[in-house]
Write a protein that binds this ligand. Structure first.
Ligand code: FE
Ligand code: FE
Ligand code: ZN
Length: 280
C-alpha cells in the first residue's frame, strides 16, 4: 500500500474507535471520517479510554493519516434563533474537548445557514461561535467545509470562508476542507479548470489552509447549488477529473475522504481500490 496516499471514507462510529479502525482496514483505507455523535444531534456516548488507546496503537502501527470528525448537520452556528446557536456552541465545545483524546486530528463543520439574516450577519455569527469554542492550547485543527451554496448556506464562496477566518480571533488556527461535489455545485469548474479553481482558492483563502478533501461525484451539473453526492464516475464530475484531483501536485499530499452514497462497506472498498489504481 502506498502509505503516502491518504484515502478513506466516511464510517459509522457505532462500535467506537476500534470499530472504525477495523472497518477502515477492511476497505483498504488509511484515513477515515466519522460523526462525533448522531448526525441529527443529541448526546455523544462517553469515551472509553481502553477503546481510545487500542485505536491509537492501531493507527500508529498502520500509519494512518489524520482522522476527520464531522460535526452534526443540525449544528447551525449562524441561526437566527439563539437556542439553535447555543446548541451549536455546546456541541462544538463538547466535540472539541472529546477530540483531545485523539490529539492532532481534524474536526470539520458546515458554517451553516443564515436563514434570511444575510451573509454578513451569518459570517459574524459563525465567527462568534468559533470565538466561544476555540482554545489556543487545543491540538485539533478545526476545518470549515466548502458548501454548495444551496438555500441561505454560508461557505458557497471561498471569500465567505476567508471572511469567517478573518473575523475569528484564533482564525490563524482554522483550516478548510474542500468538498468536490460542493464546489462543483457552487459553480467552481474543477472538471475543465482545476488549476484556475485552485488559484482562486489560493487568492481568497490560501492553499496552506487546505487540510482535507471530501472526494465525491455530483448528481447535478456545474453551479446547480444542490449538494447531492454521487458515486465516483457516475456523476457530472466524472472519474477523470477526480483522478486529477488526487494526483494534483498541490493536493496529492492531502487526506481524501469519500462521502459517496453506498449501501455497505464493499462499495467504498471498490472506490478506494479504484483510486489507488489511478494514483500516479
Ligand atoms: Fe459535510
Ligand atoms: Fe462533504
Ligand atoms: Zn454534501
Amino acid at each position: 500500500m502506498d502509505n503516502g496516499f491518504f484515502v478513506g471514507c466516511h464510517l459509522s462510529a457505532a462500535e467506537g474507535f476500534r470499530g472504525l479502525a477495523r472497518d477502515a482496514i477492511a476497505v483498504g483505507a488509511n484515513v477515515f471520517q466519522f460523526f462525533t455523535r448522531n448526525p441529527r444531534g443529541g448526546a455523544a456516548k462517553p469515551l472509553d479510554p481502553e477503546d481510545v488507546s487500542s485505536f491509537l496503537a492501531t493507527a500508529r502501527e498502520r500509519r494512518f493519516g489524520p482522522i476527520l470528525a464531522h460535526a452534526p448537520y443540525t449544528l447551525n452556528a449562524c441561526s437566527a434563533k439563539p437556542e439553535v446557536r447555543r446548541f451549536a456552541r455546546e456541541t462544538f465545545a463538547d466535540d472539541l474537548a472529546r477530540m483531545e483524546a485523539v490529539p492532532g486530528n481534524l474536526y470539520n463543520f458546515h458554517p451553516g445557514s443564515h436563514v434570511g439574516q444575510g451573509a454578513e450577519t451569518g459570517v459574524a455569527l459563525v465567527a462568534e461561535t468559533l470565538d466561544a469554542v476555540l482554545r489556543p492550547e487545543q491540538t485539533t485543527t478545526v476545518l470549515l467545509e466548502t458548501m454548495s451554496g444551496k438555500g441561505s448556506e454560508i461557505g458557497g464562496t471561498f471569500e465567505e470562508l476567508r471572511a469567517i477566518i478573518d473575523r475569528t480571533a484564533l482564525g490563524d488556527r482554522l483550516g478548510v476542507c474542500l468538498d468536490t461535489c460542493h464546489v462543483w455545485d457552487a459553480g467552481y469548474d474543477i472538471v475543465r479548470d482545476l488549476d484556475g479553481v485552485l488559484r482562486r482558492f489560493d487568492a481568497a483563502v490560501g492553499l496552506s489552509r487546505l487540510r482535507a478533501i471530501h472526494l465525491n461525484d455530483s448528481k447535478n451539473p456545474l453551479g446547480s447549488r444542490k449538494d447531492r453526492h454521487e458515486k465516483l464516475g457516475l456523476g457530472h464530475i466524472g472519474l477523470d477529473a477526480l483522478a486529477r484531483v488526487v494526483n494534483h501536485p498541490l493536493l496529492r499530499h492531502l487526506p481524501f475522504y469519500l462521502e459517496t452514497p453506498q449501501d455497505d462497506l464493499s462499495g467504498w472498498a471498490s472506490e478506494i481500490a479504484t483510486l489507488r489504481s489511478l494514483r500516479t
